[in-house]
Ligand binder design. Structure first.
Ligand code: G6P
Ligand code: MG
Length: 220
Protein backbone atom coordinates (compact mmCIF):
# COMPACT_ATOMS: atom_id res chain seq x y z
CA UNK A 1 0.00 0.00 0.00
CA UNK A 2 1.25 3.44 -0.99
CA UNK A 3 -0.88 5.49 1.38
CA UNK A 4 -2.81 5.13 4.61
CA UNK A 5 -5.36 7.28 6.37
CA UNK A 6 -5.56 8.44 9.99
CA UNK A 7 -8.91 9.69 11.27
CA UNK A 8 -9.55 11.89 14.25
CA UNK A 9 -12.77 10.73 15.95
CA UNK A 10 -14.67 13.56 17.67
CA UNK A 11 -15.91 16.01 15.03
CA UNK A 12 -14.75 13.90 12.08
CA UNK A 13 -16.43 10.48 12.42
CA UNK A 14 -19.00 11.42 15.09
CA UNK A 15 -20.30 14.67 16.56
CA UNK A 16 -19.48 14.09 20.22
CA UNK A 17 -18.44 17.74 20.71
CA UNK A 18 -22.06 18.51 21.64
CA UNK A 19 -21.94 15.95 24.48
CA UNK A 20 -18.57 17.19 25.74
CA UNK A 21 -20.13 20.67 25.68
CA UNK A 22 -23.17 19.65 27.75
CA UNK A 23 -21.01 17.88 30.34
CA UNK A 24 -18.43 20.69 30.64
CA UNK A 25 -21.21 23.31 30.75
CA UNK A 26 -22.87 21.56 33.65
CA UNK A 27 -19.59 21.55 35.56
CA UNK A 28 -18.98 25.26 34.84
CA UNK A 29 -22.51 26.15 35.98
CA UNK A 30 -21.99 24.07 39.13
CA UNK A 31 -18.84 26.11 39.78
CA UNK A 32 -20.82 29.31 39.21
CA UNK A 33 -19.91 30.57 35.75
CA UNK A 34 -21.16 30.45 32.16
CA UNK A 35 -19.62 28.20 29.51
CA UNK A 36 -20.44 29.00 25.88
CA UNK A 37 -20.14 27.19 22.53
CA UNK A 38 -17.24 29.54 21.75
CA UNK A 39 -15.48 28.40 24.93
CA UNK A 40 -16.09 24.81 23.82
CA UNK A 41 -14.11 25.43 20.60
CA UNK A 42 -11.01 25.84 22.77
CA UNK A 43 -11.42 22.29 24.07
CA UNK A 44 -11.61 20.53 20.70
CA UNK A 45 -8.79 18.02 20.26
CA UNK A 46 -7.50 18.84 23.74
CA UNK A 47 -7.04 16.12 26.41
CA UNK A 48 -9.50 15.75 29.27
CA UNK A 49 -7.05 17.02 31.90
CA UNK A 50 -6.00 20.02 29.80
CA UNK A 51 -9.66 20.76 29.01
CA UNK A 52 -10.41 21.09 32.74
CA UNK A 53 -7.45 23.48 33.15
CA UNK A 54 -8.77 25.66 30.29
CA UNK A 55 -12.30 25.58 31.72
CA UNK A 56 -11.11 26.60 35.20
CA UNK A 57 -9.10 29.39 33.57
CA UNK A 58 -12.25 30.69 31.86
CA UNK A 59 -14.09 30.78 35.21
CA UNK A 60 -11.02 32.01 37.09
CA UNK A 61 -11.56 29.19 39.56
CA UNK A 62 -8.73 27.58 41.52
CA UNK A 63 -9.13 24.04 42.84
CA UNK A 64 -7.09 21.52 44.80
CA UNK A 65 -5.73 18.51 42.91
CA UNK A 66 -8.22 16.30 44.75
CA UNK A 67 -11.17 18.43 43.60
CA UNK A 68 -9.86 18.48 40.04
CA UNK A 69 -9.63 14.69 40.06
CA UNK A 70 -13.17 14.45 41.41
CA UNK A 71 -14.56 16.76 38.68
CA UNK A 72 -12.68 14.91 35.92
CA UNK A 73 -14.41 11.72 37.01
CA UNK A 74 -17.88 13.28 37.34
CA UNK A 75 -17.58 15.10 34.00
CA UNK A 76 -16.69 11.84 32.28
CA UNK A 77 -19.52 9.94 33.99
CA UNK A 78 -21.97 12.58 32.77
CA UNK A 79 -20.46 12.47 29.25
CA UNK A 80 -20.72 8.66 29.16
CA UNK A 81 -24.46 8.85 29.83
CA UNK A 82 -24.80 10.45 26.38
CA UNK A 83 -22.28 8.09 24.76
CA UNK A 84 -24.13 4.99 25.94
CA UNK A 85 -27.21 6.22 24.04
CA UNK A 86 -25.30 6.69 20.76
CA UNK A 87 -25.91 4.55 17.68
CA UNK A 88 -24.79 4.37 14.03
CA UNK A 89 -27.26 7.17 13.12
CA UNK A 90 -24.81 9.57 14.78
CA UNK A 91 -22.02 8.88 12.31
CA UNK A 92 -21.30 12.21 10.58
CA UNK A 93 -22.30 12.74 6.89
CA UNK A 94 -19.89 11.15 4.44
CA UNK A 95 -17.86 9.18 7.02
CA UNK A 96 -19.32 5.73 6.28
CA UNK A 97 -19.10 6.32 2.53
CA UNK A 98 -15.48 7.40 2.82
CA UNK A 99 -14.58 4.21 4.73
CA UNK A 100 -16.31 2.19 1.97
CA UNK A 101 -14.34 4.09 -0.69
CA UNK A 102 -11.07 3.39 1.13
CA UNK A 103 -12.00 -0.30 1.44
CA UNK A 104 -12.70 -0.42 -2.31
CA UNK A 105 -9.31 1.16 -3.04
CA UNK A 106 -7.53 -1.23 -0.63
CA UNK A 107 -6.38 1.66 1.58
CA UNK A 108 -6.08 0.93 5.30
CA UNK A 109 -7.02 3.36 8.06
CA UNK A 110 -6.41 3.82 11.77
CA UNK A 111 -7.85 6.08 14.44
CA UNK A 112 -5.78 8.90 15.96
CA UNK A 113 -7.80 10.46 18.79
CA UNK A 114 -7.08 12.22 22.09
CA UNK A 115 -10.11 10.54 23.65
CA UNK A 116 -9.81 7.79 26.23
CA UNK A 117 -13.39 6.86 25.30
CA UNK A 118 -12.56 6.27 21.61
CA UNK A 119 -12.89 2.44 21.58
CA UNK A 120 -16.28 2.63 23.33
CA UNK A 121 -17.57 5.29 20.92
CA UNK A 122 -16.47 3.31 17.85
CA UNK A 123 -18.26 0.24 19.24
CA UNK A 124 -21.43 2.27 19.88
CA UNK A 125 -21.55 3.29 16.20
CA UNK A 126 -20.49 -0.16 14.89
CA UNK A 127 -17.23 1.01 13.32
CA UNK A 128 -14.69 -0.49 15.74
CA UNK A 129 -13.78 -3.54 13.64
CA UNK A 130 -13.10 -1.57 10.49
CA UNK A 131 -9.96 0.17 11.75
CA UNK A 132 -6.66 -1.74 11.51
CA UNK A 133 -5.47 0.10 14.60
CA UNK A 134 -6.66 2.45 17.32
CA UNK A 135 -4.41 5.13 18.80
CA UNK A 136 -6.25 6.99 21.54
CA UNK A 137 -5.82 8.95 24.75
CA UNK A 138 -4.82 5.77 26.57
CA UNK A 139 -1.83 5.09 24.31
CA UNK A 140 -0.11 8.47 24.00
CA UNK A 141 1.99 10.45 26.45
CA UNK A 142 2.03 13.74 24.55
CA UNK A 143 -1.22 15.37 23.44
CA UNK A 144 -1.91 17.10 20.11
CA UNK A 145 -0.40 19.43 18.76
CA UNK A 146 2.46 17.02 19.50
CA UNK A 147 2.64 14.61 16.52
CA UNK A 148 3.01 11.47 18.72
CA UNK A 149 -0.55 10.17 18.20
CA UNK A 150 -0.22 10.29 14.41
CA UNK A 151 3.35 8.92 14.33
CA UNK A 152 2.16 5.85 16.26
CA UNK A 153 -0.71 5.67 13.76
CA UNK A 154 1.80 5.56 10.87
CA UNK A 155 3.63 2.71 12.63
CA UNK A 156 0.36 0.77 12.90
CA UNK A 157 -0.18 1.33 9.16
CA UNK A 158 3.44 0.23 8.55
CA UNK A 159 3.94 3.41 6.50
CA UNK A 160 6.23 6.41 6.60
CA UNK A 161 4.63 9.63 7.93
CA UNK A 162 4.89 11.15 4.42
CA UNK A 163 2.58 8.39 3.15
CA UNK A 164 -0.20 9.21 5.62
CA UNK A 165 -3.27 11.42 5.22
CA UNK A 166 -4.92 12.88 8.34
CA UNK A 167 -8.55 14.02 8.68
CA UNK A 168 -8.95 16.51 11.55
CA UNK A 169 -11.48 19.08 12.81
CA UNK A 170 -9.28 20.73 15.48
CA UNK A 171 -6.51 23.30 15.13
CA UNK A 172 -4.33 21.26 17.52
CA UNK A 173 -4.89 18.22 15.29
CA UNK A 174 -3.93 19.99 12.07
CA UNK A 175 -0.80 21.30 13.81
CA UNK A 176 0.02 17.73 14.94
CA UNK A 177 -0.45 16.32 11.42
CA UNK A 178 1.71 19.06 9.89
CA UNK A 179 4.41 18.49 12.54
CA UNK A 180 4.36 14.78 11.60
CA UNK A 181 4.91 15.72 7.91
CA UNK A 182 1.64 14.12 6.87
CA UNK A 183 -0.98 15.43 4.45
CA UNK A 184 -3.51 17.31 6.60
CA UNK A 185 -7.16 17.68 5.66
CA UNK A 186 -9.22 20.12 7.71
CA UNK A 187 -12.85 19.06 8.19
CA UNK A 188 -15.03 22.03 9.14
CA UNK A 189 -14.47 25.77 9.11
CA UNK A 190 -11.92 26.76 6.48
CA UNK A 191 -10.83 29.93 8.29
CA UNK A 192 -10.28 28.13 11.60
CA UNK A 193 -8.36 25.29 9.91
CA UNK A 194 -6.42 27.47 7.46
CA UNK A 195 -3.14 25.64 8.18
CA UNK A 196 -4.46 22.41 6.65
CA UNK A 197 -3.14 21.24 3.25
CA UNK A 198 -6.75 20.77 2.06
CA UNK A 199 -10.12 21.88 3.48
CA UNK A 200 -13.62 20.42 3.29
CA UNK A 201 -16.85 21.34 5.06
CA UNK A 202 -17.57 17.68 5.74
CA UNK A 203 -16.54 14.24 4.49
CA UNK A 204 -19.24 14.11 1.78
CA UNK A 205 -16.85 16.27 -0.27
CA UNK A 206 -14.13 13.59 -0.32
CA UNK A 207 -14.44 11.60 -3.55
CA UNK A 208 -12.66 8.51 -4.79
CA UNK A 209 -11.04 10.77 -7.42
CA UNK A 210 -9.62 13.00 -4.69
CA UNK A 211 -8.14 10.01 -2.84
CA UNK A 212 -6.58 8.80 -6.11
CA UNK A 213 -5.06 12.25 -6.65
CA UNK A 214 -3.47 11.99 -3.18
CA UNK A 215 -1.95 8.62 -4.10
CA UNK A 216 -0.41 10.24 -7.20
CA UNK A 217 0.79 13.20 -5.12
CA UNK A 218 2.46 10.94 -2.53
CA UNK A 219 4.07 8.72 -5.17
CA UNK A 220 5.74 11.61 -6.96
C1 G6P B 1 -11.14 14.69 21.76
C2 G6P B 1 -12.12 15.84 21.88
C3 G6P B 1 -11.83 16.67 23.11
C4 G6P B 1 -11.75 15.77 24.34
C5 G6P B 1 -10.65 14.74 24.15
C6 G6P B 1 -10.55 13.79 25.34
O1 G6P B 1 -9.93 15.21 21.31
O2 G6P B 1 -12.07 16.66 20.73
O3 G6P B 1 -12.87 17.61 23.25
O4 G6P B 1 -11.48 16.53 25.49
O5 G6P B 1 -10.94 13.99 22.98
O6 G6P B 1 -11.70 12.99 25.38
P1 G6P B 1 -12.10 12.03 26.55
O7 G6P B 1 -13.20 11.21 25.94
O8 G6P B 1 -10.90 11.18 26.88
O9 G6P B 1 -12.53 12.85 27.70
MG1 MG C 1 -11.69 16.22 16.76
Amino acid sequence: NKIGVIFDLDGVIVDTAKYHFLAWKELANHLGFEFTEAHNELLKGVSRVRSLEILLGIGKVELSDEKKQEFLVSKNEHYLQYIHKMGPEEILPGASNLLDTLDDLGIQYVLGSASKNAPLILKQVNLFDRFVGIVDGNSVSKAKPDPEVFLIGAEKLKLKPEQCVVFEDAIAGIDAANAAHMISIGVGDKETLSKADFNVEDLTEITSGFIKSLITKIET
